[in-house]
Write a protein that binds this ligand. Structure first.
Ligand code: GLC
Length: 460
């Protein structure tokens, strides 16, 4: 599948506006950082102090370094391992795209109904909603061919809402939207087209109908799975009675990211999110998506014979495809999550879980007497080591001086020689992307109408 030329890598703008690729801000940070229930908790002052004192002790204690390295061995992946994983991922993709395999596929390969990246002729003012983590954003975006200007406001999604009823969640979204509309003097003005980035796995039945398959990333609102989130949003606005919306597109954050990069560099065909969650999308030829055979007809609609597919690769391995790479540490982590046995690949690599994995390893090493002089107390509390501690140690794509080059080199080594690629960092992709999808949808609607008129005239 990796035949596209340009990749883009996106930091998770929804949940962590100023944060790094893999490392969410600490809970309650000024940017309203990530706070997954059950996995990461705000460390108490006490546990922070303890961790600091442990750190001082550890730096003196080098005699156990071999044992530490030994314990961490299962986490190392050779190039051969990576190739095996790539092969299996590609097989999982094929299964998810096929008619027979799709219903039970671990990697869902969800059609997005986005048929084209921006071509530079998009124009207009758009509203965008961006929900994918503990923050929710409303944006007002002006697109003028190659320029894109935006104003946005971040609202927090409290944990009680993340785990409450779906109706409450959508009422909260509608309330934030109403506030934004009022603050930006948009009440009783022309109804702006709205793009909704909803960063959870959705089965789409068109550009404006998306049924949530299952929650991920610590969300668990009742009554949403299996329902159309666009409809739920419309109903919430209707209940308020003071706002009227025109949803023209619903999309995943990966799609938004790809679109935002493609706006700058038209050949961008892949979007990757390394954030609270991890996921990727790419433009696929329609004839390679057998499960939607016959649903789109480029000859009739005049649109390109391709579609953006949201892979939902976070679920890779849920069918056992990663079993020999799933370490004891990963198992301990998975046990304590609210969606045990699901999103296994995501749990191995994404920002929501990395801090906890490190904590589990440190706890193990302390219990074995190799770290902290065997004192496990400070590190034994679940969630006491947030991912941001890791990013301060490790650095990230945006700020680390050598990480981008190392990533580039590794991809180059693993890919076929004849495939060229270029990584590009997406700034604020999921919000901007919602407006861009809305803009492309509006343009394509017009183009499609013109095409159909032409066809009718030809028939006459
Ligand atoms: C989770 C969601 C997916 C989203 C990703 C990044 O994996 O299931 O839809 O794209 O997180 O936010």
């Amino acid at each position: 599948m990796i035949s596209q030329e340009v990749y883009c890598v996106a930091p998770p703008s929804t949940t962590m506006p100023n944060s790094s690729q893999v490392a969410p801000e600490s809970p309650g940070s000024a940017t309203g950082g990530h706070r997954p229930p059950h996995v990461e908790r705000q460390p108490t002052l006490n546990s922070l102090q303890k961790l600091r004192s442990l750190h001082r002790r550890t730096s003196l204690d080098v005699s156990h370094s071999e044992a530490v390295q030994e314990a961490c061995k299962p986490l190392e992946l050779s190039d051969d391992n990576l190739r095996t994983i790539m092969d299996r991922m590609e097989k999982s993709y094929q299964k998810g795209l096929s008619k027979e395999g799709a219903p039970t596929a671990a990697v869902k390969m969800l059609p997005s109904f986005v048929r084209s990246v921006p071509n530079g002729s998009e124009n207009g003012n758009f509203l965008a909603l961006d929900l994918g983590g503990t923050n929710f954003r409303v944006l007002l975006i002006r697109i003028d061919n190659t320029e894109c200007e935006m104003t946005s406001k971040i609202f927090r999604v409290p944990e009680s809402i993340m785990r409450g009823s779906g109706t409450k969640l959508f009422d909260h979204i509608a309330e934030c939207l109403a506030k934004f509309i009022e603050e930006h003097d948009l009440v009783n003005k022309e109804k702006l087209p709205l793009g909704f980035t909803f960063s959870f796995p959705c089965q789409q039945y068109g550009l404006t109908c998306a049924k949530l398959v299952n929650w991920t990333k610590g969300f668990k609102c009742s009554g949403v799975e299996g329902n159309d989130v666009v409809q739920m949003l419309r109903e919430a606005c209707h209940r308020r009675g003071d706002i009227d919306i025109d949803v023209v597109a619903v999309l995943n954050d990966t799609t938004g990211t790809m679109m935002a990069c493609a706006f700058k560099e038209n050949s961008c065909n892949i979007g990757v999110i390394c954030g609270t969650g991890s996921n990727a999308c790419y433009m696929e030829r329609l004839d390679r998506i057998p499960k939607i055979e016959g649903e789109c007809n480029p000859a009739e609609d005049g649109l390109p014979a391709e579609m953006c597919v949201n892979t939902e690769w976070g679920g890779f391995g849920d069918d056992g495809a990663l079993s020999e790479f799933f370490t004891e540490f990963d198992k301990i982590l998975d046990e304590a999550t609210i969606n045990k046995g699901h999103q296994l690949f995501e749990k191995m690599v994404s920002g929501m879980y990395l801090g906890e994995i490190v904590r589990i390893i440190l706890e193990h090493l302390a219990r074995e007497g190799h770290l902290f002089g065997g004192d496990v107390d400070a590190i034994a509390q679940r969630g006491c080591f947030p991912t941001k501690f890791l990013s301060e140690i490790e650095g990230v794509y945006r700020f680390h001086p050598t990480f981008p080059a190392a990533l580039d080199k590794k991809i180059d080594e693993l890919l076929d020689e004849n495939i060229e690629f270029q990584l590009m960092l997406s700034e604020d992709g999921s919000g901007r992307g919602a407006a861009l999808v809305a803009a492309v949808a509006t343009r394509m609607k017009q183009e499609s109408a013109a095409h159909q008129l032409k066809m009718q005239n030809l028939k006459i």
